[in-house]
Design a protein around this ligand. Sequence first.
Ligand code: ADP
Length: 596
Amino acid sequence: MSRDTPVAPTAPSRQPAWVDAPSRDALQLIAEGVTEMAGFGIASISVVRDDGLLESVAVAGNEEAKAELEGTRTPVDRLLAELAKADDWGLLRFVPHERLDPSAGETWGWVPDIDPIDDSPDAWHPLDLLIAPLYDDFGALRGSLAMDLPADGRRPSQAQRAVLNRYAEQAGRAVVVALERQALAEQVRMAEAARLIVRRASAQLSLERIIDDCSEALVEGFRSAGVWIQTFSVRGVGRGHVFSAAGTDVALGDDLVGIAEEAAREAWRRQEVAIVAPDRPFLPPVTEESGGAILEFLRGIGVESLLFVPLGAGPECVGNLVLTRLPGAPEWTAADATAALDIGHDLGRAILNARTFEREHRLVGELKALDDYKGQLLATVAHELKNPLSSVLGHLEMLEASPDLTGTTRTSLSAMERGAQRMVKVIDDLLLLSKVEDAANPVIARPVALDDVVASAMDLVSVAAQNKGVTVHVVRAAEPVVARGDADELDRVCTNLLSNAIKYTPAGRSVTVRLEKGDDEALLVCSDEGIGISASDVERLGTEFFRSTNPEAVAQPGTGLGLAIVRRIIERHSGRMEVTSTLGEGSTFTVHLPAA
Ligand code: ADP
């Protein structure tokens, strides 16, 4: 032990403890056993860390040595070099100081300040090394138990060696358990980070947001220097984007992007991650050639190693995630790899979701554009028809004024005029519909007295009602009912509802318009005793050009635009309309508008 060359603990704050407190206590007890039961002044147990350093985690014995040794780190290679010269004492290895190579210029760490008790060959020398390398079941070196300062000042007897071997056996088991506990804890910590990432990411629907939200958690969770994420294009071919985090702007060459893409697909098929680091063999999907190119690129940007993770869902690989570490950072562990693969699944699913959402979003946009186009087309056609039609109507009027017309000509002319008037009505409805559908033309809301609205609608429809023999009742509220909106548009709502009610109500029956005042609503209710509307037709009311399937309704002239206009106007006033109806008995249209 006295030959251990400690490496000054650099102790970056993010480094995990290699052994947790309970394991440390267990190892401490074993080290104390060695000092008390086997008669050594000092005993130290170290564990092998992922980065190839042997770290002392339990020291028993005198305070000076304890202070000196606790937490020191020695390269494992150093121990292995010493062991090559050692005598084999069962689990123990002994290197007498005589075998020390002074020309190697080794600088020793803690060396007990004692002299050999005599000149006999079994006297303990301060530079003697007695150590038990501790292996796991697979033959991997996991730690060491070293001791120094024998109480009797002699190299151990056969009997002492037997006792020490038993302690070495115990220490070996305890070290393996401690490291496995730690690995498990590490894995759990990673899984926690992974879950956090997924939870955050899956709430997002845009790829950029997902990646933004994940990057920091990934850097943190994996103690890495940066994250790059490459996603494949939607059809799964070619390349998508390379996102990088931690402030590093990485420009990957086409060759590397190609390598990454191919490797991602292969890694996803194998359900494995890949590690690329110097002095580490390249395992599939990384080949000698691609691995070499990657390492060269990493060297160029000052990065030591990377963990390459395929992203996917089901059979589909959607991209890859690269986590990087700088020189001096710990090596990638099996726990890192397992957690990263889990994240590959979670992120893969989140990316697919985002893609589906983006696709739907695009589709909605396209449909909206199509709808806008349809609206524009209708508006343009209506506009273009309006002028010639006005001219036709003007000429008809002139002709009808002519005194020398025969009866048949006059009849024809008035039939032409009625036709033209109906065309004008359709064109006006189309133009109005396109106006109220136009988002660039919002409602300029002002207080609108609905009593006035009803009165002006009554002026327009009363003649038709009288001609048809339908009575119209108006029921006003106790106080004036005032809505917020556009007076002309609300006039139109009331007129359309009222004229429909009259149109679809047989002679001798009645129609009622009622105004009501709610808390923050103004209500306009138009009910009739007409032909009614079937439940399935009620569902479709307000769709452009929809006319009900009821033959009695179809017999009436109409275009199916009136209620479409009503619906749009109410919508753009942030109101709503309810329709209740019974075939053969009548219908009620209730309009809720925001009160002024
Ligand atoms: P139209 O020009 O056909 O009247 P609307 O858009 O105003 O167009 O109405 C659409 C359809 O709704 C009408 O064709 C009719 O079948 C039905 N409808 C509307 N109002 C009533 C009502 N008060 N009673 C019965 N059916 C109605």
